[in-house]
Design a protein around this ligand. Structure first.
Ligand code: SF4
Ligand code: SF4
Ligand code: FES
Length: 248
């Protein structure tokens, strides 16, 4: 049953179960995000998507819009001074912890922050958003990544810090990483998945060549996984998307 929500003074109807972020997006209202991707379940790790929710009768709360479902009569402010100030603080904290992450620098600049306000031990560019972990688990289906430790020692890692036996080298984690700190590089007959710097290797893969054009393109692990999961014939599973296979 459709429900009514008012965002930045405009009222709209949405289906039950719609998040504030989705409802705002469908109205053309942009809310910044770092840990959100429609392909996976929300995790609300970055807090950048904060908005103000209220019932218009005295109840009001700052909520993360990516995982907060709208309810009938909800009133949302996405650009009030309180929201902008809360978001600025969150972005400042992320920038202070990860000063080298360019996408965070760009977001901070949009909020008038050129230098981080908090000092401390700056970490690498991984903001612990968990997008790589979720996409590997929920989309690829192999759960090759996870988190270790808590607090400041928390890190995104492969299980037991060893090359994950389930990682197939597909690169989906690289694609979704909002700070581009995961990398995949094809080096001759080898594919390397690494974090931040080339020396931090997660796993190396031997590449199979395309049966049609001969280009090295596909980790053996990915070939085995795709063939098994989608029951594809070898000549299709091992044909690269660039050449498109034999012409008939
Ligand atoms: S490259 Fe490995 S870790 Fe990354 S999404 Fe694919 S299977 Fe998961
Ligand atoms: S490596 Fe990238 S996607 Fe994974 S948790 Fe860190 S910032 Fe997020
Ligand atoms: S996008 Fe909502 S908390 Fe990160």
């Amino acid at each position: 049953m459709p429900i009514t929500v008012t965002i930045d003074g405009r009222t709209t109807s949405v289906e039950q179960g719609t998040t504030i972020l989705r409802a705002a997006h469908d109205m053309g209202i942009v809310i910044p995000t770092l840990c959100h991707n429609d392909a996976v379940e929300p995790y609300a790790a970055c807090r950048v998507c904060l908005v103000e929710a209220s019932d218009g009768k005295g109840w009001a709360k700052m909520v993360t819009s990516c995982n907060y479902d709208v309810w009938d009569g909800l009133i949302v402010e996405t650009k009030s001074e309180a929201v902008l100030e809360a978001r600025r603080t969150v972005i400042d904290l992320i920038l202070s912890a990860h000063p080298g992450a360019e996408p965070v620098q760009e977001l901070a600049a949009r909020y008038g922050i050129t230098e981080p306000s908090y000092s401390g031990d700056p970490g690498d560019d991984c903001i612990l958003c968990g997008l790589c972990v979720r996409v590997c688990d929920q989309v690829v289906g192999v759960s090759a990544l996870g988190f270790s430790s808590r607090g400041p020692a928390r890190k995104m890692v492969s299980p037991f810090l060893d090359p994950s036996p389930t990682c197939i080298g597909c690169g989906s984690c690289v694609y979704v990483c909002p700070t581009q700190c995961l990398h995949i590089a094809d080096e001759g007959k080898k594919r390397v998945l690494y974090k931040q710097e080339r020396k931090n290797v997660f796993k190396e893969f031997e590449l199979l060549d395309c049966l049609s054009c001969g280009k090295d393109f596909l980790p053996k692990e990915q070939f085995d996984y795709v063939q098994k999961r989608f029951k594809l014939p070898k000549k299709i599973a091992q044909t690269c998307p660039t050449c498109g296979g034999p012409k008939v």
